[in-house]
Design a protein. Structure first.
Ligand SMILES: [Zn+2]
Length: 376
């Protein structure tokens, strides 16, 4: 049995763009409430807030200054150039501190691994994978994932594998390590032809010393359970084993689910359960169980609660109940004034991609592998 640690700080809920923004702190509130009801929230480790120096280890100081200013209600005239004050990343009071809590959670989880205190760490927040060195983007202010990977590099890891199953391309993390031979980035996402951020194509394979350390697997809209898992199985284990990482970092966004309002993939809770199982097994096989997992996108509150509860239960080696606890279900139905699913898993499977769609996915994936292995 692999040891595990769950990391979560309530302060993460201050990362809040306002009541009409999809990246709502209700996601964390519902998830942690559900895990408490499932007796899966014991001995959770409180993170430390990331310091300004830790943020600057990844981000440009000029950008951090704009975020700090925006946090106090002062707005630089050039803030928009730094991605601040857009509809995706509206500024809010306390933004700098709130994001430092999110970064601190993923960083604390990384520290627990690098110090040998745990093999398997899950941060029940984070995954701000669109944030770039110089600018905020796609609901992401600072890149907690990159700060955590930077820490692992500093701690002496020489080969780190980052895997991103969020529906959107993990562009920020890829860009920050694009020329770094020590960091392999793998992203499965809805094709950038159809979805933000418009990147993540098979010809993006890294640059300079990092050539051959980025794998992008763009998928057609409507890709469902079967095609997704086939592409995953055909590419991810081979590339991971070839790279021979010492630790894995995994973005577990839930917005590839069929009910997500912001993307067009068709995964179900069953697909996610199968994915989490494969990822944990790959960690056992490739990195002796050393794996840092965190959340990411996901904008249907019913889906995110159930999919991430499945993740947290699996990380802790707990069995999955058929139903969500009744008390949680009625509490949140009342609060949200919408119906929530009583079962943990969905009963109905999503429509499957046609053979033509799968062929397209497969061709893209094979192209990505060919491009990558040309440099490895
Ligand atoms: Zn996303």
């Amino acid at each position: 049995m692999v040891d595990y640690t769950i990391v979560y700080g309530r302060e993460c809920q201050s990362y809040d763009f306002g009541p009409h923004h999809p990246f709502t702190p209700l996601r964390g509130a519902m998830l942690t409430d559900l895990l408490r009801e499932l007796d899966a929230f014991d001995s959770v480790v409180e993170p430390e807030q990331a310091t300004r120096d830790e943020i600057i280890s990844i981000h440009a100081e000029a950008f951090v200054r704009r975020v700090e200013a925006a946090s106090t209600g002062q707005v630089y005239p050039d803030s928009l150039q730094y991605g601040l004050g857009t509809s995706d990343v509206p500024v809010f009071r306390g933004m700098h501190d709130a994001t430092r809590w999110v970064v601190g959670g993923t960083l604390s989880a990384a520290r627990l691994i690098s110090s040998g205190q745990t093999h398997r760490a899950l941060h029940l927040a984070g995954g701000l994978h669109h944030a770039h060195r110089n600018f905020a983007s796609g609901f992401c202010v600072y890149n907690d994932v990159a700060v955590a990977i930077g820490h692992l590099l500093q701690a002496g890891y020489e080969r780190i594998a980052y895997l991103d199953i969020d529906a959107h391309h993990g562009d920020g993390v890829q860009a920050l390590f694009y020329e770094d031979p020590c960091v392999l980035t793998i992203s499965l996402h809805e094709s950038g032809q159809y979805l933000f951020p418009g990147t993540g194509f098979p010809d993006e394979v890294g640059a300079g010393l990092g050539l051959g350390t980025a794998l992008n697997l763009p998928l057609m809209p409507s890709t469902g359970h079967k095609s997704y898992l086939q592409i995953f199985d055909a590419c991810v284990p081979t590339v991971l084993k070839h790279f021979a990482p010492q630790v894995m970092v995994v973005e577990c966004g839930a917005d590839a689910h069929s009910r997500d309002p912001l993307a067009h993939l068709q995964l179900t809770s069953h697909t996610f359960a199968e994915l989490f199982l494969r990822i944990l097994e790959l960690a056992d096989d490739c990195v002796d169980g050393s794996i840092l997992m965190h959340l990411g996108g996901g904008y249907d509150l019913d889906v995110t609660s159930r999919v991430w509860a499945i993740l947290a239960l699996m990380v802790q080696g707990m069995s999955l109940p058929e139903q969500v606890p009744r008390a949680w279900h009625s509490r949140w139905e009342r609060r949200l004034r919408r119906s929530l699913q009583a079962r943990l898993h969905e009963v109905i499977s999503s429509p499957e991609a046609t053979a033509r769609l799968h062929d397209k996915n497969h061709r893209m994936a094979m192209q990505a592998l060919e491009n990558l292995f040309a440099y490895r």
